[in-house]
Ligand binder design. Structure first.
Ligand SMILES: [Zn+2]
Length: 250
């Protein structure tokens, strides 16, 4: 018989199940992504009802099953990314990050580092750091979980690390100025865009506080990363479409 246990997690989403219950998907720190059954959670004044809403995270209590549905019984210390919750734009970026995470990882595979990375990404957006930059970093660093390994370290031909670079589809990585000409599969991207993509692909999130990027380069970065996702990942998330539409509102 599985006992109740405390665990840390970030709510990915929840949906109604029958009249009073709810299914809740949680990215747990030490057991990976899991689906939970929360019984009778729709009652009024239920603490757990609040704690499983979008953008909540913290310590939950439940019975963790290995391969079947787990049970969520209570919440202990729960917090919410309140600015994200209140702001439609921040909400859109955070929703996209969480749906990208959901698409990238399998159930039940623990990854505490990825948990911390995801939590810190949301925290930075909640604290007011540039949501697009945080999202771009998340997109580039989660690529490996989709099985995509791109070489942003050095020129794929000569190993050069100190130059202006282009991105080669053929080499799945960057190529330096000297070797541009040998490659007919280059992405149409400004060297400055590649510069930031290189930086983002292995930056620690703590370092983003010093990054400043012009709107023009940010727009081009968006296009570049979209092209990478089209070529190497090929998923179409509703939450991403929403971000793309937001551009037209401003
Ligand atoms: Zn080269």
């Amino acid at each position: 018989m599985v006992q109740n246990a405390e665990f840390q997690g970030i709510i990915l989403f929840s949906k109604d199940y029958r009249e009073k219950d709810r299914l809740v998907k949680i990215f747990t720190k030490n057991s990976g992504k899991k689906m939970f059954f929360a019984r009778n959670v729709q009652r009024k004044n239920n603490f757990l009802k609040q704690a499983i809403m979008n953008f909540h995270y913290g310590t939950y209590i439940g019975k963790l099953q290995k391969d079947t549905l787990s049970f969520l019984n209570d919440a202990k210390i729960v917090d919410v990314f309140s600015k994200i919750q209140a702001d439609l734009f921040l909400n859109a970026f955070a929703t996209y990050i969480l749906s990208l995470l959901d698409a990238a990882i399998e159930d039940n595979k623990a990854n505490p580092d990825l948990y911390s990375f995801t939590k810190q990404s949301l925290q930075l957006i909640d604290e007011g750091y540039d949501a697009q930059i945080v999202t771009n970093i998340f997109e580039l660093q989660i690529l490996s979980f989709f099985g995509v390994q791109l070489n942003f370290r050095s020129c794929a031909f000569c190993g050069n690390t100190q130059d202006k670079f282009a991105f080669s589809s053929y080499m799945s990585g960057i190529v330096c100025l000297k070797h541009y000409l040998q490659d007919k599969t280059l992405y149409k991207a400004n060297p400055q865009v590649i510069y930031f993509a290189r930086m983002f692909s292995n930056i620690y999130l703590d370092q983003i506080k010093s990054i400043n990027i012009s709107d023009k380069i940010k727009q081009e970065l968006r296009i570049f990363i979209d092209s990478l996702y089209d070529e190497y990942v090929g998923i179409k998330l509703k939450s991403k479409k929403f971000i793309d539409q937001m551009k037209d509102w401003t």
